[in-house]
Design a protein around this ligand. Structure first.
Ligand code: SF4
Ligand code: SF4
Length: 409
């Protein structure tokens, strides 16, 4: 069913309002019922697309966290309606340059790698740079990630080229890994940990010629750029899986949500997407399956370190449970589920000057739960959740696969 067709399923029960973390945090946001289905009825009959009627300033506070969609008992696609309305508005009213930059991190990563790593690192963390960025609309308190000098895809190409004939002969199966911008440009270690585990099971790991999944572009109002990126991703991924039963794995819940579900909602005209969907899988879910079936045979050492797990909103929106938590429990990790909702960052939302305090307020319950747990590490699948949680709690964080990799003897 098209998102627009779900509007009339709204029974105005207000469940979404009760579950929207931004509604609780700020009066600047009018809430999912009003900005979603209620405003959509005006938008449907307004020649301007209803952008003005829906008051873009209020709509702009939707972080696209999807907690409203998870809670709605009628299946109304509230967050998608909000994003489509924002896209329509942003076609008529150009978003600020700051939003273009935050929505196109992948392009900036490519540019950053043309400069020496030390220079990029220094420029990213320098207080003067942060002041300049603050004036540009990126809050100077926000936990910005730093571009790495060698991207994950560059590392993987060198790694695969260096495999000896004997090592290569052991890799009899193929897995496609969609690293997404976060792993590729800021956090290649998580990708390397997945490669380590998959190679132990006999998988050769390949990455597609990939673009950003498009979610940061959608969230920042650059819908047509997101569509172009989605089209290229679908083309390159369908080419790689055409040979048969090849999994397409992601470690980022937001990339996964786009590839599995949101491309169809935002860009129903994309050719080939439906055939790709059955291949896309959460990497933790895949590795847990390998452990369960005995295909992945690893000895893990006991580690008494206490962990606290956070389930990212975009993982919960997929209805696949918490495979990262299951995986850690299979490895006998000492892990507690934080069960405390959204961290507030929502990709680049919490970096914005006017949203930093809202994002901090949204995540307050989670930060308290992480601190109260007394855990040494927080584990969660989403890279920007990790940034936000560590920033507000001082507790270091990592991907569940990285913790599993650490436990392998
Ligand atoms: S996506 Fe999140 S912020 Fe936006 S309306 Fe839904 S619950 Fe609220
Ligand atoms: S939860 Fe669903 S049905 Fe209830 S008000 Fe929100 S959109 Fe309407």
């Amino acid at each position: 069913m098209k998102p627009i067709e779900t509007v009339d399923k709204c029974t105005t029960c207000s469940t979404c309002v009760a579950y929207c973390p931004v509604t609780k945090a700020t009066r600047a946001f009018k809430g999912p019922k009003l900005t979603g289905p209620s405003s959509e009825r005006f938008r449907l009959f307004d020649e301007t697309g209803g952008g003005e009627i829906s008051e873009i300033e209020a709509l702009d506070y939707c972080s696209n966290c999807k907690n409203c969609d998870i809670a709605c008992p009628s299946g109304v696609k509230i967050s998608t309606l909000n994003m489509l309305a924002r896209a329509d508005y942003c076609r008529r009213h150009k978003p600020p340059l700051r939003d273009w930059v935050l929505g196109h991190g992948h392009a900036l990563g490519k540019l950053a790698r043309k400069f020496p790593g030390w220079l990029v690192g220094m420029a990213s963390t320098n207080p003067l740079t942060r002041l300049v960025l603050d004036a540009f609309g990126v809050d100077r308190r926000a936990p910005m990630p730093v571009f790495v000098p060698q991207s994950f895809t560059e590392w993987l190409a060198a790694h695969n080229a260096a495999l000896s004939p004997a090592e290569r002969a052991k890799l009899t199966k193929k897995a496609v890994f969609f690293p997404g911008c976060y792993v590729n440009d800021y956090d290649p270690e998580t990708g390397k940990d997945l490669v380590f585990l998959l190679e132990k099971t006999g998988y050769e790991v390949v990455t597609p010629e990939f673009q950003c999944c498009g979610l940061p572009m959608v969230a920042n109002g650059f819908f047509d750029d997101a569509k172009a990126a989605a089209s290229k991703n679908v083309d390159s991924l369908t080419g790689l899986v055409a040979s048969g039963d090849v999994p397409v794995l992601t470690v980022c819940p937001s990339c996964q949500l786009m590839l599995k579900q949101e491309y169809a909602e935002y860009f129903p005209e994309l050719d080939g997407h439906a055939a790709l969907v059955p291949h896309v899988q959460d990497a933790c879910e895949f590795v847990a399956g390998l452990l369960e079936s005995g295909e992945l045979d690893i000895d893990v050492r006991e580690d008494a370190a206490k962990l606290v797990y956070h389930a990212p909103c975009h993982l919960r929106a997929q209805g696949i449970g918490k495979p990262g938590l299951d995986l850690l429990r299979m490895a006998s990790a000492n892990v507690e589920d934080a069960r405390s909702g959204c961290c507030g960052i929502s990709g680049s939302y919490g970096f914005k000057k006017e949203k930093y305090d809202v994002a901090a307020s949204v995540g307050a319950d989670l930060f308290k739960a992480v601190k109260d747990s007394g855990a040494e590490y927080c584990v969660t699948e989403c890279g920007t959740c990790r940034l936000q949680i560590s920033h507000h709690t001082g507790v270091p964080s990592m991907h569940p696969l990285s913790w599993l990799r650490k436990l392998v003897k």
